[in-house]
Design a protein around this ligand. Structure first.
Ligand code: ADP
Ligand code: MG
Length: 729
């Protein structure tokens, strides 16, 4: 693109007006879930006995028979066709980013030469997409199995455009999971079972423990014209070059500032559509960086929350286009300003309405609270490396440890009150606890004020912070499927709770009173998991050293962090809770390494092209202009004067030469490094090679490109600059 084009695109972006988004006539409570086949609609569209069977399937996970499925499909079809649906799709979450779908029309031959709308129970329950093009890490070839998608009745079907969308899991015929949802459901099942059993020590009538997830989605918006003029943004989702804007986030004026009108219109549109699809959007605001925003719904059951996040991300992309924007979900689209994360607010609660991670009013409630907090910490301590592995990616790597977002070490912040309580419990001895029946139970725990629920004691540097009635896993990337983190966390917590119960039961078997056995075991664990507890500044250099001394995982290289999935402790844990077997873990790691490699590979290719075809020619052209000027000065002045006058230009000419020759030789090195890496067979070794040799060169060369951006005439510069992209008018 020539510079005149650049100015044209920038000019147009700045002239754009917000699209008018009419306010719906109904209130949000009325249009909420308009396009979702909710229980209410099931009641309306399904025969009474079929509805009852479905409730049992949804609530208790009983199996669906084909006759019921047929009846459900018939009701669904009637409802969906009233909303204008003509197609159905099984919607699933393969191990790539995002979601996948394959659309089939409702139409079938009617046997009389015509067509009829048809949708059977079999079509609802199971489909066989062409699985060969989705990553499987070799599972399908190893087991010679095909993949199929199976309906997940726990997540309601919905209509989007002309299509009835059916949330599904995606598995191989031999049973191995090929997606995120199948293992997520297993992990949720495991944590439900383990937590219910532990909850029984305190509340015998608990039947089920629900895992809650409230994600906060951060994102950037950029004008579509400017986006299209940046091949790097277009192909990789981030800018691979670009000098800091003179003004970025240093004034802190964007955070909670007023939302630009064009963005407000986008947000309004997005929220309406999200609410209609049953996503309970609640919060929206500006984020720290310019053009950065956040959307958060009210928390939901995790399986549904994950689907809703995936749905929201695709909806965002669609709505953004309508408003002349592109949404950037990449964790680090711009150097020098904050990246985007997706805080995962996580907690467990019972079917009887007890939030297990919240303190309560009675001593029993508080012992329950401490138990679930400490066992969560045990899980995070034992599997801190694995938890990090669950959130690392080539894109999130730019954010972790980059002095703005969670550091690349998993630790937990608890706040002063909870820290005091744990310390107190650790230091008091058993004798101080009198256990004369439940009512007179005295735990020696200073009464935990209910105030703790509103705990605003914040430490933004902690990757896993306790925030009053939940933990906030902040290291999750903005682009990621939350399921990855939720699988690892819930599996690890399930294991910790199982292990806890075994030790408590052993004490009870030896004659110890139940609550005393609980207390004694909790006390033991407070000591054990202490290394994970850190209240200080997670960005500091001292913490890195201290964390290593504590035995926490401090590895920062993404391909090496992925290894943690195959640690003995991880493999045993996943097997014990029934979530993954070793071949599945191995297969998934192959995919992770391969994805890492491909991301860096694409970046390196685009970057090389941009350097050689955009930057070097422009820098050289500007340099020639300067050289011309020096020659011309010589023509009209005597030698001494000419030398004096051309002094600055000669210095610039030299600087340009230094930068361009650095860029040229190092782009050659970059190509060579890729060539060497590409020859490696092992996915792991290849990813390591890309991490160690290719990725650093990108940063290295970028420095020189960004310097040239400051030197070369603005008129000539081919790419929209940060200051132009980052401020929506
Ligand atoms: P913040 O101040 O961290 O932005 P918000 O009030 O915006 O906090 O909440 C962030 C998310 O946490 C929301 O989705 C909210 O519904 C969710 N949340 C609140 N309480 C819990 C809980 N106990 N368990 C899980 N998620 C929760
Ligand atoms: Mg938060």
């Amino acid at each position: 693109m020539s510079s005149t084009l650049r100015f044209q695109v920038v000019g147009e972006a700045f002239k754009k007006h917000p699209i008018d988004v009419p306010t719906p006539k109904e209130r949000p409570s009325e249009f909420f879930a308009k396009y979702v086949f909710t229980r209410q609609k099931m009641m309306q569209y399904l025969p009474a006995d079929v509805f009852r069977t479905m409730v049992d399937v949804m609530d208790n996970g009983t199996t669906l028979d084909l006759k019921t499925a047929d009846a459900v499909a018939a009701g669904m079809k009637r409802w969906a066709m009233e909303l204008g649906a003509t197609h159905i799709t099984h919607w699933f979450q393969p191990l790539t980013e995002g979601t996948a779908e394959k659309h089939d029309g409702f139409v079938e031959h009617d046997g009389k030469g015509g067509m009829v709308e048809e949708f059977t129970g079999k079509q609802l329950v199971q489909q066989e997409p062409d699985a060969s093009s989705f990553p499987s890490g070799g599972i399908r070839s190893t087991f010679e199995a095909r993949g199929y998608s199976a309906w997940d009745p726990a997540s309601p079907v919905f209509v989007m455009g002309d299509t009835l969308m059916i949330p599904t899991v995606f598995i191989a015929f031999t049973g191995e999971a090929l997606d995120y949802k199948a293992p997520l459901k297993k992990a949720l099942f495991a944590v439900n079972k383990a937590a219910t059993e532990v909850a029984h020590y305190f509340y015998p009538d608990v039947k089920k423990v629900i895992c809650n997830l409230g994600w906060e989605q951060e994102y950037f918006l950029v004008d579509e014209g400017l986006y299209a003029a940046r091949p790097d943004l277009l192909m990789t989702g981030r800018t691979l070059m670009g000098h800091d804007s003179a003004k970025n986030q240093q004034m802190d004026d964007h955070y909670f500032g007023s939302i630009p009108e064009r963005v407000a219109a986008f947000m309004k549109d997005l929220e309406i559509q999200a609410l209609e699809l049953g996503i309970p959007c609640k919060t929206r605001h500006n984020e720290v960086a310019p053009n950065q925003f956040e959307l958060a719904p009210i928390f939901e059951e995790t399986n549904l929350a994950v689907d809703h996040n995936m749905l929201l991300m695709s909806l965002m992309k669609k709505v953004a286009r309508k408003h002349g924007f592109r949404v950037l979900l990449h964790e680090k689209p711009f150097a020098g300003v904050n990246g985007s994360g997706k805080h995962n607010n996580w907690s467990l609660s019972t079917d009887t309405g007890v939030l297990l991670h919240a303190p309560g009013k009675t001593p029993i409630d508080n012992l329950r609270f401490i138990t679930f907090i400490v066992e969560t910490l045990m899980a995070v301590w034992k599997h801190n490396g694995l938890l990090k592995a669950s959130i690392v990616s080539a894109t999130n790597a730019h954010r972790l440890g980059a002095n703005e977002a969670p550091p690349a070490i998993i630790s937990s912040f608890l706040g002063k009150q909870l820290t005091d309580v744990l310390e107190h419990l650790e230091q008091t001895s058993d004798n101080e606890i009198s256990l004369k029946g439940k009512q007179e139970l005295h735990l020696g725990i200073p009464q935990i004020p209910e105030l703790l629920i509103d705990n605003t004691d914040r430490n933004r540097t902690s990757p896993f912070a306790f925030t009053g009635n939940r933990f906030e896993f902040r290291a999750v990337g903005s682009e990621a499927n939350c399921a990855s983190a939720m699988i690892a966390l819930n599996s690890a917590v399930a294991e910790a709770l199982i292990d806890f119960k075994e030790r408590v039961d052993a004490r009870i078997a030896e004659g110890m009173e139940t609550l005393k056995a609980v207390m004694t075991t909790v006390r033991e664990d407070i000591k054990t998991c202490k290394p994970i507890h850190f209240e200080g500044n997670g960005y500091s250099e001292e913490w890195k050293q201290e964390a290593a001394r504590r035995g926490l995982n401090v590895e920062a290289s993404c391909p090496l962090v992925i290894d943690r999935y195959l640690d003995d402790a991880s493999v045993k844990m996943f097997a014990k809770v029934g979530v993954f077997n070793r071949p599945e873990l191995e297969a998934r790691n192959e995919i992770k390494w391969d994805t890492y490699t491909k991301k860096i590979q694409i970046e390196a290719r685009i970057f090389g092209d941009l350097c050689m075809n955009h930057i070097i020619p422009v820098a050289t052209r500007y340099q020639s202009q300067l050289i011309d000027n020096v020659h011309k000065l010589k023509e009209i002045f005597d030698t001494t004067t000419a030398e004096q006058l051309s002094h600055d230009n000669i210095a610039l000419i030299k600087q340009i030469s230094e930068h361009t020759s650095y860029i040229t030789t190092h782009v050659d090195q970059l190509i060579e490094a890729r060539r060497v890496a590409n020859r490696i067979d092992s996915e792991r070794e290849k990813a390591i090679s890309y991490h160690d040799t290719v990725a650093p060169l990108l940063e290295d060369i970028r420095y020189h490109v960004d310097k040239l951006e400051l030197i070369v005439d603005d008129e000539l510069w081919p790419l929209p600059k940060y200051r132009e992209i980052l401020f929506i008018r």
